[in-house]
Ligand binder design. Structure first.
Ligand code: AMP
Length: 441
């Protein structure tokens, strides 16, 4: 074989050799257009309800100082101990990608002087959170939360309102087989006495505990109550219950929350082992659980009161309460239920073209139509008129606007009624007016 030909073949072979595709980071997930319809449904309904309840939207950065979570969420929590994506910047700042939203909102409340706003301050937020957890079904390393918080009011009615709004969002979305699990973990004073009691109890059973619980017994004994290891769950069944050890103000507060819930007919399950994992919680804690097909229950969202957090982060003493849910979990639940979203995309008109000249005219006509609030679809590819008309049918369009080679030269457009098949030629300048007239009729 001549040398030049051989060289050409070598070059071709090299080009053909594929580079291996770059894969998504473990625990992360692409959210593609069909799924986005579901996400829009979840988020739009949630936003609307929050606005109806008087909440204003806030966005805080994904990156915060690591110290915010160490101080707010707590050094001895799973999240801070082992789940944060943290790094040092070139300027030596220690930053973390937020593992949850509340600490950032409390920082923003302080930093933006919201204590001077009329109280309570009601905020809602949504966005990605990051936790270095073992990926599994419904558990990702990047996931999204929708949440809302009320700062500046410690009344039990406010706790009930937050729970009510959480409940209402799920009802509105069509997730009705949920139950509210609720508990009170008291305030700093009654909780520390209870923690001592709990430690004493667990120390007597130390041999029956998993390694994690043995380790956590000193630093975070409350967490032992919600350990998912079978043997630890056994031990937890006879553990002292915090509800029996609340101080009088915490006891009364919790009683009031439950009375408000009774009043608005929200059913709840008292769960003495529900503690939530984070240090900032005080008094009311709750989770929304959904019954799953295996007969178990999974958590769609959780929240509670955190009266000490703002002060812990350097602000004034400010009671607060909030809730957040995982958007992936909710979207997956809706998918399992086979939700039918009425999202068949309807385009009032569909633009059909043949030839380069017509394609150029279509671009301008499309622009004019959407400026006139007429929903339009187009196919700028080189498909036949027949295949483009099939697309018009798929989009349920009432009219197809056809520009062939002749129309492109004459500056005219054929308006085809997709139902009757009747066609009429109109001049380009009047097409928008003519379409509007026909759409009204
Ligand atoms: P948490 O405050 O940790 O209870 O989280 C509140 C909600 O966020 C949970 O009930 C889940 O719906 C969701 N969530 C938490 N962690 C993850 C995760 N790793 N992946 C997906 N969703 C999560």
């Amino acid at each position: 074989m001549p040398r030049v030909k051989k060289q050409q073949q070598e070059v071709k072979k090299k080009r053909r050799k594929k580079t291996s595709p770059i894969q998504i980071v473990k625990g992360m997930k692409d959210i593609l257009p069909p799924e986005q319809l579901l996400w829009d449904y979840v988020l739009e309904n949630s936003r609307k309800l929050c606005k109806d309840f008087g909440f204003g939207r806030i966005e805080t950065p994904i990156l915060e100082r690591t110290e915010l979570f160490q101080r707010g969420v707590g050094d001895n929590t799973d999240i801070v101990e082992k789940e944060m994506f943290s790094f040092e910047t070139q300027g030596k700042d220690k930053l973390s990608m937020r593992p949850e939203g509340t600490a950032g909102l409390a920082r923003a409340y302080i930093e933006n002087g919201m204590s001077r706003w009329s109280q309570p301050v009601k905020l809602y937020y949504e966005g990605p959170m990051f936790r270095y957890e073992k990926p599994q079904a419904g558990r990702y390393r990047q996931f999204h939360q929708f949440g809302f918080e009320i700062f500046g009011d410690d009344d039990a009615a406010i706790d009930a309102q937050v729970i009510y709004l959480a409940w209402k969002i799920f009802q509105k979305l069509g997730i009705k087989d949920i139950n509210i699990q609720i508990n009170s973990i008291g305030c700093v004073e009654c909780r520390s006495a209870y923690k001592k009691l709990l430690r004493d109890y667990y120390e007597m059973k130390i041999n029956k505990l998993c390694m994690d619980c043995k380790r956590r017994l000193d630093s975070n004994p409350l967490r032992l109550l919600d350990c998912k290891e079978e043997k630890c769950m056994q031990v937890a069944t006879s553990a002292p219950q915090i509800i029996d050890h609340l101080c009088v103000p915490c006891h009364d507060h919790f009683k009031n929350v439950l009375e408000f819930l009774d009043e608005i007919e929200i059913t709840y399950v008292l769960n003495s082992r529900l503690v939530r994992g984070l240090d900032y919680y005080s008094r009311t804690v709750f989770e929304v659980w959904e019954n799953n097909s295996e007969g178990g229950q999974s958590s769609l969202g959780g929240g509670g009161r955190y009266d000490g957090l703002v002060e812990m982060l350097g602000g004034e003493e400010t009671p607060a309460v909030g809730f957040s849910f995982g958007v992936e979990r909710v979207a997956e639940s809706l998918l399992r239920k086979g939700i039918q979203l009425n999202h068949s995309v309807k385009k009032e008109v569909f633009l059909v073209q043949l030839g380069d000249k017509a394609r150029k005219k279509i671009l301008r006509l499309f622009d004019k139509l959407i400026d006139s609030n007429i929903t339009a679809g187009e196919s700028l590819g080189r498909g036949s008129i027949k295949s483009q008309l099939r697309m018009a049918n798929k989009f349920n369009s009432r009219f197809a606007l056809i520009i062939g080679q002749k129309e492109a030269l004459d500056d005219t457009v054929i308006i085809r009624d997709m139902e009757s098949g009747m066609q009429e030629v109109v001049v380009m300048d009047s097409v928008v007016k003519e379409v509007k007239k026909r759409l009204k009729g």
